[in-house]
Ligand binder design. Structure first.
Ligand code: MG
Length: 399
């Protein structure tokens, strides 16, 4: 089998890759809806991959992997990898989890970091109401994740939150940084107390915090919340869109507190997790299969983390339904350090109408999802249903 074309269309806000072959099989991969600009980054790899056998996934990846980087520039490579696995699974007539070593679980656990009500404010009562809304969803999520500190509006809405220059930029992430004031710190602690009051010990709480904290503030806060038994504190120092890791500073934070420290959603490739894992600089890592270099990349990182007793909780916020197919197939195969993956949202509600392969009933029950059993990544796009949503320039996407 040979690749005859690589296409990319913006459907809703999701960049979608479609790899076409000379045997009529095709593969799909979907990137986060926060990256509508990816198309040229995907299409630059056409020439390198046309003529290759897509079922030799690793040989294809060797041709393009060195052209990716930390989020957002590993996404194009990653979703091409998903589409290659989709074809490989269809060619073998099995779900992709079979090709990753087979499933070790029949259902996969998810947590809620992205299904939330519109922002109502940064006061402790707003946080309590958000947590209540998130825990009462019919999916029965076992854990919710809330943004605080630099990963929230409180850096703007709480006066004198930090000592630093407020950054104005069209880009999300890695911009606001600096020492947090005593007032800012106390405000965050009040918000945590208010959320725990609602959640009790029935539903776990994780906090997405940054990046941008200074190490002394991170240590102070992580110690102050020890009594709440949080699932983790995410991306305090580096993280979301930071194009570096700083494992040494993370190690000092991790050993100074019993609160689990988490990072990794922006990191590209296993090599950039090496120091973080081998020096046990964090307790939990959360790469994203649509940023890190693909689902096989995730599997290798998870196994390495497992050997070092580091938990694994994949990121997936905006990966949409195609991204969900990749996450479910991957997470079925992960070792015992797997906690749960972040249940993704799609850019528009009509995505549920154009995707084929979803169950008739609810996707998530008691925070668990069934596996998709169709060959490949298990989900397909109904071309007729999707055509009204294609841009004019992408009219030939399904041809
Ligand atoms: Mg995050």
């Amino acid at each position: 089998m040979k690749i005859t074309d690589i296409r990319c269309a913006l459907i809703g806000k999701h960049p979608v890759v479609r790899i076409v072959t000379d045997e009529g099989l095709y593969g799909l991969g979907g990137a986060e809806w926060t990256k509508p600009y990816l198309k040229p980054y995907v299409l630059q790899f056409r020439e390198a991959l046309i003529g290759e056998d897509p079922t030799d996934v690793e040989r294809c990846m060797l041709k393009i992997r060195q052209r990716g980087s930390f989020k957002p520039y590993g996404a194009a490579i990653s979703v091409i990898e998903h589409a290659l696995w989709d074809i490989a699974g269809k060619a073998a007539g099995v779900p992709v989890y079979k090709l990753l070593g087979g499933k070790v679980r029949d259902k996969v656990r998810v947590y809620n970091g992205s299904l939330r009500r519109p922002h109502s404010g940064s006061a402790p009562e707003d946080y309590a109401a958000d947590a209540k809304w998130m825990m009462e969803r019919p999916e029965g999520f076992f854990m919710v994740k809330q943004g605080i500190g630099f990963h929230s509006q409180m850096k703007r809405e709480v006066p004198d939150f930090h000592i630093g220059i407020p950054q104005v930029s069209p880009f999300h992430g890695a911009m606001d940084t600096g020492p947090i004031t005593e007032r800012g710190m106390n405000h965050m602690l009040d918000c945590v107390a208010a959320m725990k009051e609602v959640l009790g010990d029935k539903v776990s709480l994780a906090l997405d915090c940054g990046p941008g904290w200074m190490l002394p503030d991170a240590i102070r806060f992580a110690r102050a919340v020890e009594k709440y038994d949080l699932a983790w504190l995410e991306d305090m120092l580096t993280g979301d869109y930071t194009p570096w890791v700083n494992a040494q500073a993370y190690r000092e934070l991790t050993v100074s507190t019993s609160t689990p420290i988490h990072t990794g959603e922006q990191i590209y490739l296993r090599h950039n997790f090496k120091e973080l894992i081998e020096t046990q600089s964090v307790r939990v890592i959360g790469p994203d299969p649509a940023d890190v270099g693909g689902i096989a990349e995730m599997k290798w990182i998870a196994e390495h983390a497992h050997m070092h007793s580091i938990l694994f909780a994949p990121h997936g916020t905006a990966n949409g339904l195609l991204g969900l197919g990749a996450l479910v197939n991957l997470c079925a195969t992960l070792p015992a350090n797997f906690v749960a993956f972040e249940y993704p949202t799609a850019s528009d509600p009509w995505w549920h109408d154009i995707i084929e392969g979803l169950p008739d009933g609810p996707l998530v029950t008691n925070s668990m999802m069934n596996l998709f059993e169709a060959p490949g990544l298990g989900l397909d796009i109904n071309a007729e249903a999707a055509k009204p949503y294609l841009l004019e320039e992408d009219a030939g996407f399904f041809d």
